[in-house]
Ligand binder design. Structure first.
Ligand code: TYM
Length: 329
């Protein structure tokens, strides 16, 4: 049976990119595999969040996971810092991660550019900690969006290097995973780039219907097609990409045809898109409010998840230590 793992940083509420890039794929697999889903609070520390907000964010994200359909009866759901074994594995793996390759990581270069006053060692070692998350449970498949592809590549490099160096076949070659075939990148509605918290262009699972309608109606478009079958500009292509995730295929086909015939009205396209997004997220938002208020339930989910994740982590670390020659007297 495959082991599947995914995670998210608790840096804000879940947005459509998180949901369609990672969470939904994970939820579809949770009954058919050995599954782990965790909240990456150690990773969130790289940007020095306010300690009083960190805990509230973890709570909110956990409630959203559960409301979206993660089932604690079949998947192990835990908070990264409840399983400190991951820090030990990260340290051990870091002995085989070279400065040059970490400095070349796209996410490191981008963060170093965005926050030049806080280029800390945690940022540099971010992919090693992520590899430790994945290899801690020896995960075969990792449901993530396209932005995490390079981190998965580094995970495989470290796993391969470990296996080769110690002459073992211990770590798997973990693959990024999407239920379709291609990894997805959900774009923003501001014309270019991905939907992301730091981009400030998110449609959140917690947004009210009105907020969704407002944001979608403001989406950037263009002057409209003037010739039949002309190619889509980036902002319009982005609207169709989101539509492909939330609307049924007949709806997408209808608007594509309208575009090809130069008969499209962007106002109608956006109205349809907003209603289809609302159809997906309104039920999640409602369940979320009930779950967030249920202190005992959250406590139990996190406690059970931590215990199960620690058991799995202990097993891996016992073997890793032995392989590397760290043995008890
Ligand atoms: P994070 O917190 O930025 O995002 C969580 C998940 O959401 C996906 N995602 C997207 N997918 C498609 N389109 C988008 N616009 C979009 N925005 C976000 C991300 O690809 C991710 O799957 N480093 C990770 C967290 C992490 C992790 C792990 C993930 C730490 N350890 C181990 C998997 C396995 C991150 O920052 O994701």
């Amino acid at each position: 049976m495959d082991t599947v793992l995914s995670g998210i940083r608790p840096t804000g509420r879940l947005h459509l990119g998180n949901y369609f890039g990672a969470l939904k794929n994970f939820i579809r697999m949770q009954h058919d595999a050995r599954c782990f889903f965790f909240i990456a609070d150690y990773h969130a520390l790289t940007t020095h969040p306010d300690p009083t907000h960190l805990h509230d964010n973890i709570r909110a994200v956990l409630s959203e996971y559960l409301a979206a359909g993660l089932d604690p009866n079949v998947a192990t759901i835990y908070i990264q810092s409840d399983v400190p074994q991951v820090a030990e594995l990260s340290l051990l793996l870091s002995m085989h991660a070279y400065l040059g390759e970490l400095e070349r990581t796209a996410s490191f270069k981008e963060k170093a550019r965005k926050q030049p006053d806080n280029v800390n060692a945690g940022l540099l070692c971010y992919p090693v900690l992520m590899a430790a998350d994945i290899l801690l449970h020896r995960a075969d498949k990792v449901p993530v969006g396209k932005d995490q592809e390079q981190h998965l590549e580094i995970t495989r490099v470290l796993a391969r290097r470990f296996n080769t160096l110690y002459g073992v076949d211990f770590f798997p070659e973990s693959q990024p995973y999407n239920f379709g075939s291609e990894l997805v990148k959900i774009p923003g509605l501001d014309g270019s780039g991905k939907m992301g918290k730091s981009e400030g262009n998110c449609l959140y699972l917690a947004d009210t219907d009105e907020a969704i309608r407002k944001k979608v109606m403001k989406a950037v478009t263009d002057a409209g097609p003037t010739e039949p079958d002309s190619p889509l500009s980036e902002p319009v292509r982005n609207i169709f990409t989101i539509m492909e995730a939330v609307s049924d295929p007949a709806t997408v086909a209808y608007f594509r045809e309208q575009y090809a015939r130069c008969a499209i009205r962007y106002g109608d396209l956006k109205k349809q898109l907003a209603e289809d997004i609302i159809r997906h997220i309104a039920p999640i938002r409602e369940r979320m409010q009930a779950i967030a208020a249920d202190e005992n339930y959250l406590h139990q989910v996190v406690g059970d998840g931590a215990a199960a994740a620690r058991r799995s982590a202990d097993e891996t670390l016992r073997e890793v230590r032995a392989i590397m020659g760290i043995k008890p007297f």
